[in-house]
Design a binder for this molecule. Structure first.
Ligand SMILES: Cc1ncc(COP(=O)(O)O)c(C=O)c1O
Length: 409
């Protein structure tokens, strides 16, 4: 079957906006353009009603009350408000924060900022599959610990963390639990009540909504959560995120959430996993010396991260330009530093430089997956044959001996 090129398999970096989402948004740019905070006329009421409907839609996807959803610009901002806001507000109780070595930079960097402000940050190690050990977390929580931040699903290797167990432990020990669910939303069922989650970051463009919109779930009720705002203004969004609400984007994110809720109830996620498994089975069958990074258990249904031994990921991506995928994390791929996630798994130097991330999405087809497998099966052996670094025994260089962080600035 003919496929349209290029093929998009980079759905962890971003997803296309679903045409149904766009359709829902359009009237809010033109006809219903009111400011949701203008409570004195019909334009404002209508905009506000749309914002509240979207809050309900997003809340329903994650088991939250609409009042617990705050709009932000994306998961980066949500993470910053959650981490900086909670730590600063709880400073008198303690100054210890726990996170994980494989988190996204949008968590690791605010944690580094907290260190500059005098907080102590522990970055938990992970096992070879990318999961934390609950015993490690339990051992690290002390009387001084105020906040734990563990991502729901990893953006490079798709590893799912045991959220419910972490939430239970944190609640028992009186520690606030934040999770970055940017990659997990819409791909796995999430329930903030059942999982004892206090704070959760969400991003619209990761689940077929528009870019530039995100949300932070902030639990209400006892035990009371207090956060300091990180910016100040008109006091919107429970005083935590001031600024005029981008109504069309909010409508889009709400609609995208409703579509994801339908998918979770149907067999769409199994279909996503089936396509991903077909990709992996095809690669394994047709190409020698390949290894999956992370674990196939506890993995996002759409993620595959593969090392092609002896082939630089950047060279492979050039050779398969018709396939949009990524080496390492697209969010940090401006640097050629080996992925901090793969290093944390204990993956050796060569495998980190030969790792390619594929992210299957709602709009991919079986024919596209088969085309990608065929293309890889053609290009990988060619690149291996051309690569002088592949014959260390015959005077070439062993990729494993290169000190990448020194040689690439
Ligand atoms: C796990 C994770 N957290 C946060 C972000 C940042 O999200 P946003 O683009 O909405 O700021 C990303 C984006 O790649 C991500 O994968």
């Amino acid at each position: 079957m003919a496929v349209a090129l290029p093929i998009y398999l980079d759905n962890h970096a971003t997803t296309p906006c679903d045409p149904r989402v766009l359709e829902a948004m359009v009237p809010y740019f033109t006809e219903h353009f009111g400011n949701a905070a203008s409570r004195s006329h019909a334009f404002g009421y209508r905009a506000n009603a749309a914002v509240e409907k979207a809050r309900t839609q997003l809340g329903q996807l994650v088991g939250a009350d609409p009042k617990e959803i705050l709009w932000t610009s994306g998961a980066t901002e949500s993470n910053n408000i959650a981490l900086l806001g909670t730590a600063r507000a709880r400073r008198k109780r303690g100054t210890h924060v726990i996170t994980v070595a494989t988190e996204h930079k949008a968590v690791l960097d605010p944690c580094s900022q907290l260190e500059k402000e005098g907080f102590r940050v522990t970055r938990l190690p992970v096992d070879a599959g990318g999961r934390i050990r609950l015993e490690d977390l339990e051992d690290e929580i002390g009387p001084d610990t105020i906040l734990v931040s563990v991502m729901a699903a990893n953006n490079e290797i798709g590893t799912l963390q045991p959220l419910a167990e972490i939430g239970h432990l944190c609640r028992e020990r009186g520690v606030v639990f934040h999770t970055d669910a940017a990659q997990a939303t819409g791909k796995i069922p999430l329930d903030v009540q059942e999982m004892h989650i206090d704070l959760m970051s969400l991003s619209g463009h990761k689940f077929y909504g528009p870019k530039g919109i995100g949300a932070l779930y902030v639990r209400r009720g006892r035990p009371w959560l207090k956060l300091d705002p990180v910016m100040y203004g008109g006091g919107h969004e429970r005083g935590l995120r001031s600024g005029t609400l981008p109504v069309p984007l909010i409508v889009g994110m709400g609609h995208a959430a409703a579509l994801c809720a339908e998918e979770i109830d149907s067999n769409a996620l199994q279909e996503l996993a089936r396509l991903r498994d077909r990709l992996w089975a095809g690669i394994r069958e047709r190409i020698t010396d390949v290894a999956v990074n992370g674990t196939m258990d506890h993995r996002l249904p759409n993620n595959l991260n593969v090392s092609f031994h002896g082939v630089e990921a950047e060279a492979l991506m050039m050779a398969i330009r018709e396939v949009a995928c990524s080496s390492g994390s697209a969010c940090t791929s401006a640097t050629l530093e080996p992925s901090h996630v793969l290093r944390a798994l204990g993956v050796d130097g060569e495998a980190t430089h030969t790792a390619v991330r594929f992210g299957v999405g709602r709009f991919n087809t079986e024919a596209e997956i088969d085309w990608v497998v065929n293309h890889l099966a053609e290009k990988v052996p060619m690149l291996r044959a051309m690569n002088p670094l592949n014959e260390p025994g015959e005077g070439g260089t062993d990729l494993r001996t290169i000190r990448w962080s020194d040689s690439l600035s």
